[in-house]
Design a protein around this ligand. Sequence first.
Ligand code: RB5
Length: 151
Amino acid sequence: MFKFTRCLIAADHGGLDLKQRLIPFLQQQNLEVLDCGPDAYDGDDDFPDYAARLSEKLLALDDQSFGVLICGSGLGMSIAANKIDGIRAALCTDATMARLARQHSNANVVCLGARIIGEVCAQDIVTHFLQAAFEGGRHQRRLDLIKDLEG
Ligand code: RB5
């Protein structure tokens, strides 16, 4: 049984197509999916707006929820989301990063670069993110030190 039962997902124009293709896959994993937009292609979305929208909704929910943020590289989304207290966003380009994002970093958001990885790799990343559990212990100590940096 997975820790997560609900997935929030958002993108910018660079990630919209991958978002639309990932949603059915997430639903097949028995996740409740909350689509935080965009609904249509704009061509000039500002990814920080979507990172903030998803993050605020995520923090208002329980810890059985996680987020998926997709832009062209995944970099902008991860930088923006990590500005928000309580968000631990991990840019992942393969399954190992996804597993470690959960085991060591207790990530609650996974960021994907639609111009970097393909759909099958994105599915693989989400699958490993879902299957891995936070290991606590020394990793919690390090996360507490990061929390201190948030001031
Ligand atoms: C948008 O063109 C692009 O900059 C954005 O999707 C993302 O890659 C930023 O990190």
